[in-house]
Design a binder for this molecule. Structure first.
Ligand code: ADP
Ligand code: MG
Length: 1012
């Protein structure tokens, strides 16, 4: 007997042997046969169905070789599933109908089983036995068996029955040790059987189960209880078992913080080596107790989040934290980390404020920072009302570093119980403050944590640094892998091979596309095409959007719900959805369950209201993108309105979300106002970069509007704020900052708004002067003086004169500088009204001027007066005064007075993050080291600052001169000459001349040394 004859005999179709022999079908080609082929062979429907099922049953992942497996002992989970009342069906239905029904039942169940990675061991009548843990053992066999069981409970009653009575099933599951082997005498590839008490137990449990329920034994319960909820049915005597058996009834899946565990998930395909690579890092961490970082990058839908999920599942960290970045919140300072904190400490808006405050305290005490310091800062970040602590008086950059430190401590504390897995998801959308926080975390490597960053980009930035982090780049799936994924996604529905080919081509190996296109093709195959149309090949949708639409179309109202939800965002809560869609919550529940079931959305943890998220951003975008533009616009308007009317907390905490909806709704003015609001709110914190971005978004809204003075007024306001925030962040020269100010000038002229013009000119002067563009700086100064004279505006006049004095000094025109500065200082009594840097800058520059005019004593006295005033004012004023004082001491060659100033300035500047003044202090500290201690390392320090001043050019000839002189002092003539040349060239370029005489002297002195 040939192999194929044996096989046919075993499946009870020996009569087909001749036919098969004529068509030259062997065991290998058998696997490739489909229904169409069998029809061509003119095999009648009954045997044809049996054949299809038997062929499907032989296609197991592990038995491609179709070799008989030697018996082996294995730990497995076995699921038994049986149809309820099949004898009644058999009696009631026409025999052919009944056979059809049984076949479609077995095909459906078998397909689902395989899609969960189960091994369909044998059919006995209409009972199904599925093994997990064979031929490949996975750690979550119990959970997967339950996943399948619940899916069967849903799927089987949907199978069409001729007389419309839904099919019901019973399920029993048991786990334990078995011996696996093929039945003696059976041909290879035929039913592999598990021997031992476990299969019997599973079957017994199935018999005991009431219709549509799942009963499991103790070991299955133990392995799946983290994912499912069970009801304890106690110990029962079971036929065939000497000891009573402890039985559990599975009632439902537990909520999980992970979208994958509740979404309809396909079997993992490939990625073994990637997973192994991450696991190796994890082992290192547990061994060495230090932090390790890894970037996982790749295009959207490639499987970054899935890899993360698979790793998390395998490592059993005490704690897995996921900080999820989001496109909608990419300018919301610290968004992912604050969400994490909320989630972990259970702080929700629904909580009474006092309770929320207690929870926050519990989280914050894990840090060494005293509560009185950290609490008010965090309470404000989380918008908690609180009376217990006075508001923080720290500067915004001090607050930023406190926040950073607290987060690091909080995470470190979690590692006391074991290593931590921290994921930063979708880092391409991280906000600048969180990115800075990562930098802090990166530096604190002293605790066992694996930090995985997922991103579409293959580089990450922490603030303005690019850390050295290994990158794991995910590539597309191979053809074979794609094939396997298609099979898993179609849940056993067999696709025609032309369809599969087309799918392989269109999905291009991106798992998300594979899944979606395959699901859509499977639905079309199973339900879409008319019964007799299996000859007309179904069309595989061309892209995600059409695939998704094809699937949504089947959901009736569910489609509308999904699209409304997509307009709200990637994440949405039920209450908001109910209001925007105008559908009562009860009716929504059902729809949302359907959408969850088809894998489009998944429930989210920790919220005041049930929350859901689209399982992938691209799915959200596709659902939203399929709406007609006008419809979408109206929906955004409704969302905005709903937020304003019923979600005041969102409007307050995240005005940027409201702004974005208004923008999409085409309400550009209101959107611009919200962006302004959002930016102003952030501008008060350290999050200046985020604030500047928000102002820029507001400006972009205005671009959409026709010109009007109303529009100009809004633009003016946004530009001014943007300029100021940029100036505050970068201190000096940014092209963007000056562009903003120039635009303000244009607008303020058109609107006749003098105050705005003054603010802009102040800013413009600052940026120009700091980059030593004296012509521009003088232009701004003169404009100010003009406004001052023409409009009797003291503020403009005095600032203008102060600025003209500063320019004249820098150009080396001391005689001109002196009267400007003295006239400005005549207005000291109006200092409050004038603001800006007056009068301290006038005093400093006058003291420098006097020094260089040879009036050293007066110069020093004036400086000390300025310093005394600054001590009464803000840290910034004091830092600026001490910093500029350094230059005075350099001009005076007075290292003794310099020392205490530097010792005070360095910590002051560091604490406040005043980079400019920190640079200055560091430079002169280097100088002091050389001059007073003959410590040559000071030179490197000086040089480093000179080489890294960025766009700041002001005072640079002075720094270089001091550096050259120091080289000379140590006899390093060549370096001294180079530096002097550099300084002279710069003086020529910029026109900065106040240190010019000294430079010339140095140059000639060096020349003399050279010749001598
Ligand atoms: N190796 C894989 N095997 C099976 N399914 C996968 C695999 N990689 C990704 N998927 C599926 O593809 C979809 C998109 O993957 P996801 O991890 O969300 O992509 P990303 O995070 O890169 O955008 C998910 O439904 C996921 O389950
Ligand atoms: Mg992802």
């Amino acid at each position: 007997m040939s192999d194929i004859e044996k096989w046919l005999t075993a499946v009870g179709l020996a009569q087909l042997a001749q036919k098969f022999a004529r068509a030259q079908i062997d065991l290998d080609s058998l696997r490739l046969l489909n229904d169409r082929d069998l029809r061509e062979l003119r095999i009648p429907i009954g045997p044809r169905r049996k054949l299809v099922a038997a062929i499907a049953a032989m296609e197991q992942p592990g038995d491609a070789k179709a070799q008989r497996s030697p018996p082996e002992r294995r730990q497995v989970t076995i699921l038994f599933c049986d149809m309820v009342g099949s004898t009644e069906y058999a009696a009631r239905l026409d025999p052919e109908d009944f056979s059809d029904l049984t076949q479609s039942y077995l095909t459906r169940c078998g397909g689902l089983a395989r899609s969960h990675g189960g091994f369909v061991a044998n059919y006995a009548g209409d009972a199904l036995q599925v093994l997990f843990g064979y031929p490949i053992a996975e750690e979550n066999d119990g959970e997967r068996a339950l996943d399948l069981a619940f899916e069967l409970l849903l799927a089987v009653p949907r199978i069409e029955v001729p007389d419309q009575t839904p099919l019901n099933i019973r399920i029993g599951i048991a786990s334990g040790l078995v011996v696996m082997g093929d039945v003696e005498g059976a041909p290879p590839g035929l039913p592999t059987v598990a021997f031992g008490p476990v299969p019997n137990l599973a079957q017994r449990l199935q018999v005991l189960a009431p219709p549509q329920t799942i009963l499991v034994d103790q070991s299955t319960y133990a392995s799946a209880r983290r994912a499912y909820e069970f009801q304890d049915l106690g110990a029962t005597v079971v036929k065939g078992f000497a000891e009573p058996i402890h039985i559990w009834r599975a009632s439902k899946a537990l909520p999980s913080s992970d979208r994958f565990s509740k979404a309809r998930i396909t079997r993992l395909i490939g990625r073994r080596s990637e997973i192994e690579q991450v696991l190796a890092l994890w082992r290192l961490i547990t061994k060495q107790g230090v932090a390790r970082w890894l970037l996982i990058c790749g295009e959207p839908g490639i499987g970054k989040s899935r890899l993360l999920f698979e790793v998390a599942k395998r490592i059993q960290a005490r704690k897995t934290l996921i900080a999820q970045c989001s496109a909608a919140y990419s300018n919301s300072a610290l968004f992912p980390f604050l969400q994490l904190l909320r989630q972990e400490s259970g702080i929700t808006n629904a909580l009474p404020p006092a309770d929320a405050a207690r929870r926050l305290e519990t989280a914050l005490v894990t840090s060494g920072v005293p509560l009185s310091v950290s609490f008010p800062i965090f309470a404000r970040l989380l918008f908690l009302e609180q009376m217990d602590y006075p508001p923080s008086e720290l500067t915004s950059s001090e607050q930023q570093s406190i926040v950073s430190q607290v987060f690091v401590d909080w995470l470190r504390h979690m590692t006391l119980q074991g290593p931590l897995l921290l994921a930063i998801e979708d880092a391409q959308w991280i906000d600048p403050s969180s990115s800075n926080l990562l930098d802090g975390l990166f530096k604190a490597r002293d605790f066992p944590a694996l930090v995985l960053i997922t991103s579409r980009n293959d580089v990450v930035r922490f603030g303005d640094r690019r850390p050295a982090i290994d990158c794991l780049k995910l590539g597309r799936l191979s053809r074979e892998e794609t094939g396997a994924l298609i099979e898993s996604a179609t849940q056993g529905i067999k696709l025609a091979s032309a369809v599969t080919q087309s799918l392989l081509r269109k999905a291009e190996g991106v798992p998300l596309y594979v899944e979606e296109l395959a699901r859509s093709a499977a639905e079309l195959t199973a339900f879409g095409a008319p019964a007799n149309a299996s000859d007309t090949p179904i069309e595989v949708p061309n892209n995600l959007q059409s695939a998704l639409l094809a699937r949504l179309d089947k959901l009736g109202q569910g489609k509308t719900i999904a699209q409304v939800a997509a307009v709200i965002g990637r994440e949405f809560d039920m209450r908001m959805l109910s209001r925007v869609a105008n559908v009562p919550v009860d009716a929504l529940k059902l729809q949302l369950e359907r959408l969850t079931e088809v894998g489009l959305i998944s429930p989210q943890p920790f919220a005041d209201w049930p929350r859901y998220a689209f399982t992938h951003v691209l799915l959200q975008e596709a659902a939203c993108g399929a709406l007609l533009r006008e419809k979408r616009r109206l929906l955004h308007a409704r969302v905005a309105q709903t937020i304003e009317e019923t979600e005041p907390s969102t409007a307050i905490e995240h005005p940027e979300v409201l702004a974005q909806h208004l923008y999409e709704a085409g309400q550009f003015e209101r959107a611009a106002d919200q962006w302004l609001h959002a930016g102003l709110k952030l501008g008060q914190t350290w999050a200046k970069v985020e604030a500047a971005n928000m102002f820029a978004k507001g400006l972009a809204c205005l671009q959409k509007l026709p010109p009007s003075s109303d529009r100009d007024r809004r633009e003016l306001r946004l530009e001014l704020e943007r300029g100021d925030v940029l100036y505050a962040t970068y201190g000096y020269v940014t092209r963007e900052g000056s562009a903003a100010y120039r635009n303000v000038m244009r607008l303020s002229e058109a609107l006749g708004d003098a105050e705005a013009a003054i603010r802009a000119l102040d800013g413009l002067f600052g940026t120009a002067f700091n980059s030593a563009r004296f012509n521009d700086a003088e232009w701004a100064s003169n404009q100010l003086v003009d406004i001052g004279r023409n409009r009797q505006n003291i503020r403009a006049l005095v600032l203008g004169m102060q600025f003209l004095g500063m320019c004249a000094f820098s150009r080396g025109r001391f005689d001109e500088a002196r009267p400007y500065l003295e006239q400005a200082l005549a207005y000291q009594a109006a200092a409050e009204e004038i603001g800006s840097d007056f009068p301290s800058m006038s005093m400093i520059y006058l003291s420098w001027t006097l020094q260089l005019l040879g009036e050293g004593k007066e110069a020093l006295a004036l400086f000390q007066q300025a310093e005394a005033q600054a001590r009464q004012q803000t840290d910034y004023r004091l830092a600026a005064c001490l910093g500029n004082g350094c230059i005075l001491m350099a001009l005076r060659h007075d290292a003794t007075m310099l020392e205490p100033m530097i010792n005070e300035l360095i910590p002051l500047a560091r604490k406040n993050g005043f980079q400019l003044w920190l640079n200055m202090a560091t430079f002169f500290q280097g100088w002091m080291l050389v001059v007073t201690r003959q410590d040559a390392s000071g030179l490197d320090q000086m040089r480093h600052i000179c080489d890294n001043m960025g766009e700041q050019e002001i005072d640079k000839t002075c720094y270089l001169g001091v550096l050259a002189e120091t080289y000379l002092r140590l006899g390093r003539i060549a370096e001294a000459s180079d530096t002097v040349q550099r300084a002279l060239a710069l003086a020529k370029k910029t026109g900065e001349r106040y240190y010019f005489a000294e430079l010339l002297r140095l140059r000639d002195e060096l020349k003399l040394r050279d010749t001598s």
